[in-house]
Structures are given as C-alpha cells and as structure tokens.
Write a protein that binds this ligand. Structure first.
Ligand SMILES: [Zn+2]
Length: 176
C-alpha cells in the first residue's frame, strides 16, 4: 500500500495584497551637496503652503511691492525658506533698498541659495532659488551696496523671519 502523500501546494493569496509597496525613485543621484534636497510633488506643496506661498515659491510669482511682511523689517534674526526652513539670509545683510521687497546684499551661505538665468518677461535677470527645495525666492541684481554690490530682492512670502532677541544685560563676561 503506497502511502503517497501528495502535498498539494495551496496557493494562498499571499501575492495579491502587496502591489502598493512601490519604492520611490530618487531623482537625485549621489551628489556632493551639503544640504539634502527636499523634493515634493505639486500636490504635496499645495498641502503645506498657503495659496500665496505656492504661487510665488512654486510658480515663480512676485508679491506686489510694499505689500509683503518683511520689506521694512529691521529686527535682528534669521530669514528661513518658507517652503523647507533652510536658513537663507540674516538681518546683518539686510538693507533698506526702497524697492518694496526685503533686500539683502549677501546670502547667509552661498550654498544655501541657487542662482540661475531668468529670461522671462523680456528681461535678463538672475533668479534666486532655495538650494534645498528649489523654491523661487526672488532675483539678484548688481546694484546693491558695499561690500558685495549685490542686491538679493526677495519676496516676503518666500521667507519666514525668526527673530533673535538681543540679550540685554546680565550676561556679559566679567573682566578685571
Ligand atoms: Zn527651501
């Protein structure tokens, strides 16, 4: 009597439920950038940005002169990217340009902003972008003050000011 146990392989439906486990394809290869780029889809940006931020940061819009939050700000602090939070400018390089937008004669660090030619609207300009998330910040002109002679003309909407309180009294080192 043959005891042939035929083990039937039961085809359990294991393979049916794993189709949504897609691995995202990283758009950037191994590069030498210090800050890791932030990449989001338009839909994701729309969720985290206000409509005005989206219009300017992602669609390269421009806020109307003298309407932004920071064109006349003189407080001490750091200006971060409104999209990704990267530190872009400081109050140390902000100057009163009378142009209606916050203006800086230098970026906080050259690697934090990206410059590229912009030939839109019949002009030849240099566009300033956030190096980390690619958000449109404004334009760079060469009519700024010393020491750089440059003017980063930046939309208030594209940046977030982080005020740094000046310490008043009490903490200066005691000297003899
Ligand atoms: Zn950014």
């Amino acid at each position: 009597m043959k005891r042939t146990l035929i083990l039937l392989t039961l085809a359990l439906p294991l393979a049916l439920g794993s189709a949504d486990d897609k691995k995202p394809i990283s758009p950037q290869a191994k590069g030498g950038t210090m800050t890791s780029p932030t990449t989001k889809t338009d839909a994701e940006w729309k969720k985290i940005l206000t409509p005005e931020q989206y219009r300017i940061l992602r669609e390269k819009g421009t806020e109307r002169a003298f309407t932004g939050e920071y064109w006349n700000t003189k407080d001490t602090g750091v200006y971060r990217c409104a999209g990704c939070g990267a530190e872009l400018f400081t109050s140390d390089t902000k100057f009163d340009s009378h142009c209606g937008w916050p203006s800086f004669f230098a970026a906080l660090a050259k690697d934090n902003v990206k410059l590229q030619p912009d030939h839109s609207h019949g002009m030849i300009r240099t566009e300033v972008l956030c190096a980390r998330c690619g958000g449109h910040l404004g334009h760079l002109f060469d009519d700024g003050p010393a020491p750089t002679g440059q003017r980063y003309c930046i939309n208030s909407v594209s940046i977030k000011f982080e005020k740094k309180e000046k310490k008043t009294g009490g903490s200066q080192p005691a000297g003899k």
